[in-house]
Design a binder for this molecule. Structure first.
Ligand SMILES: NC(=O)C1=CN([C@@H]2O[C@H](COP(=O)(O)OP(=O)(O)OC[C@H]3O[C@@H](n4cnc5c(N)ncnc54)[C@H](O)[C@@H]3O)[C@@H](O)[C@H]2O)[C@H](O)CC1
Ligand SMILES: [K+]
Length: 209
C-alpha cells in the first residue's frame, strides 16, 4: 500500500510531469477515475451537487461533473471559496460552460437549494492535499449543511476538515461515506480518526509512481 504525504504527492506528480505527462492530464485522470467508479455504482443517470473550493481538489470535481453530464447526469456546481480558481480548476470550469445538465449555483443560494432539491450524490472537492490550518467559517457552515443532507456523500482525496498529513479532524469535517483518493493513500487514511470520517476509501490510479 502506497502512503504519501502532501509533499511526497507533489514530488511524485512532478516526476510524472517530468516523464512526459502534464498536471492537466493528472487532473483529468483523477476526475476520470472517480467518475468511472461512481458510474459503475450508479449506472442510471442521477443528480449530483459538486461543491468546489478554489484549488485543484475542486478541479477534480469539475472534471467529474463534465464526465457525469456526458452520461446524462444533472450536476449543480457551487464554489464556496469565491470565483478566483487555480489555473487548472479554471480551465475545467470553462469546459462546463453551456453544457447540458450543468448549472452553477451561488454559494449564498446553497442552503435554500439543499432545502428544496434532493441530490443523489454530494461530491465534495473543497480542500485536498493543499489544506492547512483551520476551516474557514464559510466552509464549516457548508460542511454542516452537507452533512445534514440526504444523498451519497463522496469526498475527493480526503474529506474537507481532515488534514491528510496529520490526521487532525475539525469538528465540522465533511462526513463522507465514500472517499476517492488519488495516486496513493494519505497518512490520515490509515489513522483511526481519519478513517472514521472517510467511509469506504478507494485509491485510484492517476498515472504517478
Ligand atoms: N498531487 C497530485 O498528483 C494531484 C492532485 N490533484 C488534486 O489536487 C489536490 C490538491 O490541490 P491544491 O490546489 O494543491 O490544494 P487544494 O485544492 O486542497 O486547496 C488549496 C487552496 O486552498 C487554500 N487553503 C489551504 N488551507 C486553507 C485554509 N485553512 N483556509 C483557507 N484557504 C486555505 C490554499 O491557499 C489553496 O488556494 C489534491 O488533493 C487532488 O485532489 C490533481 O487533480 C491530480 C494530481
Ligand atoms: K475534499
Amino acid at each position: 500500500m502506497k502512503v504519501y504525504t502532501a509533499a511526497q504527492m507533489r514530488a511524485h506528480e512532478q516526476m510524472a510531469v517530468d516523464a512526459g505527462t502534464s498536471f492537466e492530464q493528472l487532473m483529468e485522470n483523477a476526475g476520470g477515475a472517480a467518475a468511472a467508479d461512481l458510474l459503475r455504482r450508479h449506472p442510471e443517470p442521477a443528480r449530483a451537487l459538486v461543491v468546489c473550493g478554489k484549488g485543484n481538489n475542486g478541479g477534480d470535481g469539475l472534471v467529474m461533473a463534465r464526465l457525469l453530464q456526458a452520461e446524462g447526469w444533472r450536476c449543480d456546481v457551487v464554489f464556496v471559496l469565491g470565483s478566483e480558481l487555480s489555473p487548472l480548476a479554471e480551465t475545467n470550469r470553462r469546459r462546463l460552460l453551456n453544457l447540458a445538465g450543468i448549472s452553477f449555483i451561488g454559494a449564498q443560494a446553497l442552503p435554500g437549494q439543499l432545502a428544496q432539491q434532493r441530490y443523489d450524490v454530494l461530491i465534495e472537492g473543497i480542500f485536498g492535499t493543499g489544506f492547512a490550518g483551520r476551516l474557514p467559517a464559510a466552509v464549516a457552515d457548508c460542511c454542516r449543511l452537507l452533512n445534514a443532507s440526504d444523498g451519497l456523500k463522496v469526498a475527493l482525496d480526503m474529506p474537507t476538515g481532515l488534514n491528510g498529513d496529520t490526521g487532525d479532524v475539525d469538528a465540522d469535517v465533511f462526513r463522507a461515506e465514500l472517499t476517492y483518493t488519488f495516486g496513493a493513500y494519505k497518512p490520515a487514511h490509515i489513522m483511526d480518526a481519519g478513517r472514521a470520517v472517510c467511509g469506504e476509501i478507494v485509491c485510484l490510479d492517476i498515472g504517478i509512481q
